[in-house]
Design a protein around this ligand. Structure first.
Ligand SMILES: *[C@@H]1O[C@H](CO)[C@@H](O)[C@H](O)[C@H]1NC(C)=O
Ligand SMILES: *[C@@H]1O[C@H](CO)[C@@H](O)[C@H](O)[C@H]1NC(C)=O
Ligand SMILES: *[C@@H]1O[C@H](CO)[C@@H](O)[C@H](O)[C@H]1NC(C)=O
Ligand SMILES: *[C@@H]1O[C@H](CO)[C@@H](O)[C@H](O)[C@H]1NC(C)=O
Ligand SMILES: *[C@@H]1O[C@H](CO)[C@@H](O)[C@H](O)[C@H]1NC(C)=O
Ligand SMILES: *[C@@H]1O[C@H](CO)[C@@H](O)[C@H](O)[C@H]1NC(C)=O
Ligand SMILES: *[C@@H]1O[C@H](CO)[C@@H](O)[C@H](O)[C@H]1NC(C)=O
Length: 355
């Protein structure tokens, strides 16, 4: 079995700001992230996370499968009843930090995204259990954001949003900051999220996302298995993504790459800033009782290019011809159901690289 870091003993404990307050109005507000320009949900600043670290080195957050309960219900209700004034905080957010291990813990009921490393490097998240009610809004599991050298492995996640989502900033703010997410491995992750995806890239990806390997994923009862989400105004790029050995049961759309997020930080987003999506290889996928064939919808002025698929079995898909492809090109080899014509049958294409 592969392990990301062998010398775990060299990590040290470090201090965090830990805050216990029950009235959301008293929960401190911090500056928006420069790559987002504002809070993700509301204008202006955002609530600080339950566990927040900035500028740290050598961080270990671990325990013998102990539990941290984010008690997010109060925050989900503020979201549902539309009285939330500032963007919700995370269960853990680490900013501008490096050499981080988060392992062997159960995180419950995050107010918002559960683990949010941003502007970080050398991060391992391993042997984590992340749970939230399946309808809890935006309770993503792990969201590496403008971070590099990240390994997420052996995690079980069930929540109300993407199990793992790779991000890198929002529209003109993310473009300006230009901090990509790169050199990321996501493997042996399993779980369910009824309205969202197993692993997603985006929709905020304006600083670029490259060199991501996703493997040995097991997803069930979810809306999508692997998802790329972007739109006009995002700019940035998604490149060199390798996805393999994905098993799914009762996932509605096993593979979904699309534009159409259509949410922007403010009126100053640039409609000419189109994202470049280039080089995404998917192999060894089996999906049982899925309902729809892949959706591959690029952007009119910026087609998704080099989308490669090999040894894919999507069983249970009802209608045929069933793929929805638009503004996309690539190659397919041994794919069922038969792919759309935009994916040429060319086994020898040197433009595809499978792990
Ligand atoms: C850790 O705890 C969760 C419940 O909090 C449990 O579901 C899970 O099986 C435990 N994992 C291990 C490895 O003991
Ligand atoms: C909204 O939810 C919060 C948190 O549960 C609650 O304190 C508040 O009274 C609710 N507001 C409305 C208008 O329902
Ligand atoms: C997690 O706990 C298991 C069992 O106690 C242990 O073998 C393993 O080394 C721990 N992993 C990490 C990354 O701390
Ligand atoms: C891609 O990422 C992997 C995993 O982090 C790393 O080992 C590899 O060197 C990276 N490749 C490039 C070309 O940077
Ligand atoms: C594929 O992934 C599953 C976990 O979903 C794992 O059990 C299996 O060993 C992997 N197969 C290969 C060939 O790596
Ligand atoms: C993608 O990989 C190719 C070949 O390894 C490399 O030449 C290119 O620079 C990479 N692009 C990005 C954005 O990582
Ligand atoms: C798929 O659906 C059939 C018919 O409803 C059912 O018998 C079978 O158990 C399902 N398989 C999975 C993996 O959900």
């Amino acid at each position: 079995m592969h392990v990301c870091f062998k010398k775990l003993a060299t990590f040290l404990f470090f201090c965090f700001i830990l805050i216990i307050i029950t009235d959301p109005k008293e929960w401190p507000i911090i500056e928006p992230l420069p790559s987002y320009g504002r809070g993700r949900e509301r204008l202006g600043g955002r609530h600080i996370s339950l566990i927040h670290g900035d500028g740290l080195t050598n961080v270990v957050i671990t325990g013998n499968n102990g539990t941290i309960d984010g008690q997010g219900k109060m925050w989900w209700e503020l979201w549902w009843n539309r009285t939330l004034e500032h963007t919700r905080g995370h269960l853990v957010e680490l900013m501008n930090s490096q050499d981080i291990l988060i392992s062997n813990l159960t995180f419950l009921n995050s107010p918002f995204w559960t683990i949010h490393p941003i502007y970080c490097s050398n991060l391992v998240v391993k042997d984590m259990t992340i749970l939230a009610p399946l309808n809890a809004p935006n309770t993503d599991g792990i969201d590496p954001d403008s971070s590099t050298n990240v390994c997420i492995e052996d995690c079980y996640i069930e929540s109300g949003d993407d199990l793992v989502a790779v991000k890198s900033g929002w529209d003109q703010y993310g473009i300006k900051m230009a901090r990509p997410s790169s050199n990321i491995i996501i493997r042996r992750v399993s779980g369910t999220t009824p309205t969202c995806s197993g692993v997603g890239i985006g929709s905020e990806m304006s600083g670029g996302v490259h060199n991501v390997t996703i493997e040995d994923l097991h997803v069930w009862d979810s809306a999508a298995g692997v998802r790329i989400k972007t739109d006009k105004g995002r700019g940035g790029y998604i490149a060199n993504i390798t996805i393999s050995n994905i098993t799914m049961e009762r996932v509605k759309i096993p593979i979904r790459f699309s534009s159409g997020s259509n949410d922007h930080p403010d009126e100053r987003w640039d409609p000419k800033a189109v994202p470049v999506v280039k080089g995404v290889s998917i192999s060894n996928v089996v999906s049982f009782n899925s309902t729809k064939a892949p959706v591959l919808q690029g952007i009119e002025d910026a087609p998704f290019d080099g989308i490669c698929m090999k040894n894919i079995r999507l069983l249970g898909v009802v209608s045929s011809p069933s793929w929805r492809c638009e503004f996309v090109s690539g190659f397919a080899d041994d794919v069922f159901p038969a792919p759309c014509p935009q994916l040429q049958m060319d086994i020898s294409s040197s433009r595809c690289s499978y792990s």
